[in-house]
Design a protein around this ligand. Sequence first.
Ligand code: HEC
Ligand code: HEC
Length: 334
Amino acid sequence: MKKSTLFLLQGVAAAVALVAVGAQAKEMRFPVNNPQPVEGQFVHVPPTMEDLETADMHPELKRVIRRGHDLFINTQQLRGKNVFNSMNCNSCHMGEGRLPFAGPVWPAAVVLPNYRPKNDQVNNLEERIAGCFSYSMNGKPPAWGSDDMVALTTYHQWLAKGVPIYQSGKTMYGRGYPNLPDAEQKPDYTRGQAVYEENCAICHQSDGSGVVQNDKVVFPAVWGDTSYNWGAGITRHFTLASFIKHNMPLGRPNSLTDQQAWDVAYYINNHERPQDPRYTGDVKETRAMYLDTFHVHTSYGLEHDGKLLGDHDNVGEKDFLKPDALIKRTYTAD
Ligand code: HEC
Ligand code: HEC
């Protein structure tokens, strides 16, 4: 009988999570310089695409999971249809959506459906994915229940194999981009610029536009028309600071100090990018509408260098502001 077993790690010393998948036991060592799991944390090592090949599952299900994986790492194949910037899901959810501290995506498959303050309603997994299409990909989600949406949700669910449904999200090791301690000094644009030029510009370019070669994103844009828009979760300084600390520069995670991560995040997120799809036509009004739940952590609608950030109609490469899926759906049944 096949059964996956998940271990609650007993102590900080337990840097190695042993996961028994079927008869095979395998080891996964977490990236060494990331925080290691502590007592009481729930650790899940998602299955890999190699595991899929040997899994006892219907071939058709495997085919759909492979398609979901392919869409996740090469989301650019939907450019101009659902994606209007130079981002793949994998650009922020690194390691094929499996990596702790890099926004692993499996938690969503087991904590949803749940209430989400960002859109003030109960969201299922499709709607959560739709959120990243609308903001992070500056695009519009594939239709509910479409082949692409089914493939993506199926891939997410596969990554969550063996995790109890409604497992508490709060105790999950490495979920999302875990908060850094507060910056000692107020994050600073000029210091951030120096960090960026020294550690990041070689790949993401001094003008933030990244590198695209033969329609393949080599280095994604960190600001400007082909980056994430003003409504994306990563425009919040604390989210970006944590992403950077734990994942950048590529290949040298955790090499910046916390202060450098805060400064460079502040620098990046004080640059222009496509409009927040929730824009009312007035940036100050839009900031105020979403202030408590979101924009209190962003520079949107604030002044930088004598200009109000986000005070424009630029929606980047798309020809609409708000995807249909964002027009508020109300759950009306009793
Ligand atoms: C520009 C960065 C970025 C891109 C690109 C991106 N996301 Fe996200 N995603 C985020 C952020 C930020 C969060 C919120 C994480 C947090 O709360 O700490 C998130 C959260 C999620 C979650 C919820 C995870 C959880 O812990 O509940 C899912 C699922 C998800 N994204 C799927 C996707 C998919 C699918 C794509 C591609 C279509 C995508 N994302 C593209 C930044 C991004
Ligand atoms: C060696 C090249 C390289 C360097 C140096 C580098 N990055 Fe990245 N960065 C990448 C790649 C590649 C990705 C996409 C991840 C993937 O697809 O696996 C990425 C993704 C990102 C993202 C999320 C996607 C986006 O475009 O918004 C941000 C933000 C980011 N990097 C910021 C930084 C910062 C800040 C630094 C410097 C401290 C930095 N990077 C240094 C290559 C690099």
